[in-house]
Design a protein around this ligand. Structure first.
Ligand code: PAF
Length: 285
C-alpha cells in the first residue's frame, strides 16, 4: 500500500493506473476510521481495480467554535485498517500541501446547503465542496464513495458533480450502526458512558418517525412532533434540528407526498452533552 502526502506523487500514481486501464475508486475521509468507513472501502474494492483513500481533517469545513483542534486523529490505526481492506493508496497530506497561504478559491452552491446542517454550520458545506473538488482533481477516480449518515453532504456532492459536469460517479452507501442502533461516527468517541447511552435517542426517535410515515402519516409536522417528543424525553439531549426535506433538493416538506422524486429525508442533529450528533432515514414513498 502506498502512503503519500504529496499531491504530485498521488496524482501521477493514479494517472498511471488510469493509463493501464484500471478503474479507480476513491473514499474521501477525515480519518479515525471505523466500520462505516470500512464499508465504503469494501464497496470501492468490489467495484474498482484500485482503491485510494484520503485521510485529511479539512480545516476549512470547521467553523471557528467547532472541534477542528480536538477532532480525533490516529493515522497509524487508519493506515492499518486501510491495509487490512486491501486499499492501494492512502493520500494523507498536511494542511499546507492542500492550502497555500494565499488560498482563496472556493466551491459553493446556492441551494441544498441552506437547510439542516447548513443553518447551524453556515460555512461547512463550502469547505466540504472545496476539499472534495480538490480531491477529485488530485485523484481522478471513476467513482467516489460517501456514507448516507451525512445525507445532506451526499446530496450536495451529487449536485456539485452534476452542476460542474465532473466526470465521476458518486456512490452513496448505507449507514452502519452499532448493535444497539447508534450510527457509527468518529465523534462518538467524545461521549462518556452516560452520554453514549443517551445518544441512542437519535435512532430511537427516528424509528418512531419512520413507523408513523410507514403507517401512512403524510403530515410532516406530526412526524416531526413525534420525533421531537422522543428526543425531549432524554435529559442529556438538546435538539439542533428535526427536519423532513425533499431529498432531491433539501427543501422542507409540509406533505411527505410532495417530494419531487418521491424520496424524503428525515434528519436530526442533537447535542448530547457537548457533542453534536446527526442521524437520518431516507424513505421512498
Ligand atoms: O465526510 C467526511 O468525512 C468529510 O466531510 C469529507 C467528505 C471527507 C470532506 O472532508
Amino acid at each position: 500500500m502506498i502512503i503519500s502526502g504529496s499531491i504530485e506523487e498521488t496524482r501521477n500514481q493514479v494517472k498511471e493506473w488510469k493509463r493501464q486501464g484500471c478503474r479507480v475508486g476513491l473514499v474521501p475521509t477525515m480519518g479515525y476510521l471505523h466500520e462505516g468507513h470500512k464499508s465504503l472501502m469494501e464497496a470501492a474494492k468490489r467495484e474498482n481495480d484500485k482503491v485510494a483513500v484520503s485521510v485529511f481533517v479539512n480545516p476549512i469545513q470547521f467553523g471557528p467554535n467547532e472541534d477542528f483542534a480536538s477532532y480525533p486523529r490516529d493515522f497509524g490505526q487508519d493506515a492499518a485498517l486501510c491495509e487490512s481492506v486491501g486499499v492501494d493508496l492512502v493520500f494523507h497530506p498536511e494542511a499546507e500541501e492542500m492550502y497555500d497561504e494565499d488560498f482563496c478559491t472556493y466551491v459553493d452552491m446556492d441551494g441544498l446547503t441552506k437547510e439542516l446542517c447548513g443553518k447551524s454550520r453556515p460555512t461547512h458545506f463550502r469547505g466540504v465542496q472545496t476539499v472534495v473538488s480538490k480531491l477529485f482533481h488530485i485523484i481522478p477516480a471513476d467513482r467516489a464513495y460517501f456514507g448516507q449518515k451525512d445525507a445532506q453532504q451526499l446530496a450536495v456532492i451529487k449536485k456539485m458533480v452534476r452542476d460542474m459536469s465532473m466526470d465521476i460517479e458518486i456512490v452513496g452507501c448505507p449507514i452502519v450502526r452499532e448493535p444497539d442502533g447508534l450510527a457509527k461516527s468518529s465523534r462518538n468517541t467524545y461521549l462518556n458512558a452516560e452520554e453514549r447511552q443517551a445518544a441512542l435517542v437519535l435512532s430511537r426517535s427516528l424509528a418512531e418517525g419512520r413507523k408513523l410515515a410507514k403507517a401512512g402519516e403524510r403530515n410532516a409536522s406530526r412526524v416531526k412532533d413525534a420525533i421531537t417528543g422522543v428526543i425531549e424525553s432524554e435529559k442529556f439531549a438538546r435538539i439542533d434540528y428535526v427536519e423532513i426535506v425533499d431529498f432531491a433538493d433539501i427543501t422542507p416538506l409540509a406533505d411527505l407526498d410532495h417530494a419531487k422524486n418521491g424520496e424524503i429525508l428525515c434528519a436530526v442533529a442533537v447535542y448530547i452533552g457537548k457533542t453534536r450528533l446527526i442521524d437520518n432515514f431516507i424513505m421512498k414513498l
